[in-house]
Design a protein around this ligand. Structure first.
Ligand SMILES: C[S@@+](CC[C@H](N)C(=O)[O-])C[C@H]1O[C@@H](n2cnc3c(N)ncnc32)[C@H](O)[C@@H]1O
Length: 329
């Protein structure tokens, strides 16, 4: 959807932008490519690391030798936290040992923060590729091992070795590094409602709360394992062991944008926080708040409110929805 997004953003007169819910950094990269000064923000550490790798980073890349060094087993003993905590949960024990080793190697052997960020970002992608549904929301390792007839090719991807995937994704991240002549930066760990301002345009792509389902997308529950890889030392103290998939203990700031009871207040607070900026919001048409409720909130704050829509079908979803773009200025 990036070309559609840019079609509507290009005519707006702005030089600097804050991507408040930056996620994979794909929209930040769109801004970076178009010579804007980009401030990337996301609450979750693993996303900030992706932002470091490709938004803030102007030219640092990881060489083949450096990657080989990180993937090699050096002087044991290595920690075995993932092996002991996540046995039979997401990956094979051999893969868990690989993860314990590589995370340790990254922090011991790479001094440059952008190199570390590229290798970690590639590690996140490798982990996601090997997961059913590309998520960590269920302890469903058995899906990989079950002796069933398969009619689709996912198992081939799940079984690709980590080192193979790491080479592929480091190459992709290396290729995404460029300098747009601006000082782009990652704003670490800020809740959207308190993210710093000082930019011309604010881009808002919050988690989506569906009208039908009770709860919105809980990114910490879906991707807790990547957050753990990003905070390896702190991970043991952050796990909620009452659940089989051992997610991290949730955060109020996650709940503010995932809970149906809180979402309208959060939108209101978000818009009032950024009411002096040009605000651009991406949201789905069948969500809470609704299209009309969002317009109502925005017209009270800005003179002009435009809404654009495009049909879109999300991966793994059977429904065709309208993706909406609100521009308030
Ligand atoms: C819909 S996704 C953004 C997708 C992004 N535009 C992209 O291109 O990948 C929403 C993001 O909001 C982040 N998030 C959730 N609650 C947040 C909060 N309170 N403050 C900041 N970020 C939050 C999630 O970690 C997730 O990455």
């Amino acid at each position: 959807m990036l070309p559609w997004l840019w079609h509507h953003l290009k005519p707006i007169n702005f030089d600097s932008v804050l991507d408040v819910f930056g996620g994979t950094a794909s929209v930040s990269l769109l801004f970076k490519l178009n010579a804007k000064k980009v401030h990337y923000n996301d609450l979750l550490l693993f996303n900030q690391i992706i932002g470091k790798a490709v938004v803030e980073n102007k030219g640092v890349r990881v060489s083949n030798d450096e990657l080989t060094l990180v993937l090699t087993e050096h002087n044991p003993p290595y920690p075995d936290f993932i092996q002991s905590e996540f046995d039979d949960v997401f990956f094979t024990q051999e893969e868990n040992a690989f993860l314990d080793r590589v995370v340790s190697n990254i922090s011991m052997l790479l001094d440059d923060e952008y190199k570390r960020a590229i290798v970690l970002a590639a590690l996140f992608q490798s982990c996601l590729s090997k997961r059913p549904y590309n998520l960590f929301h269920r302890a469903n390792y058995y899906m990989r091992t079950a002796a069933v007839e398969r009619t689709f090719g996912n198992k081939t991807t799940w079984d690709k070795p980590f080192p193979f995937l790491m080479h592929q994704f480091v190459k992709e991240y290396n290729n995404a590094v460029f300098d747009n002549g601006r000082e782009n930066c990652v704003i670490g760990g800020q809740n959207a409602l308190s993210a710093p301002n000082g930019v011309d345009l604010v881009y808002l792509d919050p988690p989506y709360v569906s009208k039908e389902k009770g709860r919105g997308t809980d990114y910490l529950d879906f991707y807790h394992f990547l957050e753990g890889l990003s905070d390896y030392k702190g991970w043991p103290t952050r796990i909620n062991r009452s659940k089989q998939h051992k997610p991290m203990v949730s955060l109020d700031a996650i709940d503010a944008f995932a809970s149906r009871n809180k979402i309208i207040d959060s939108f209101e607070a978000l818009f009032s926080r950024f009411h002096t900026n040009t605000m651009v919001l991406s949201y789905q048409s069948d969500g809470v708040p609704s299209r009309n409720e969002i317009i109502e909130l925005l017209v009270g704050l800005r003179k002009n409110v435009e809404v654009h829509a495009v049909e879109h079908q999300y991966a793994l979803s059977k429904n065709l929805t309208n993706e909406l773009l609100f521009i308030a200025y």
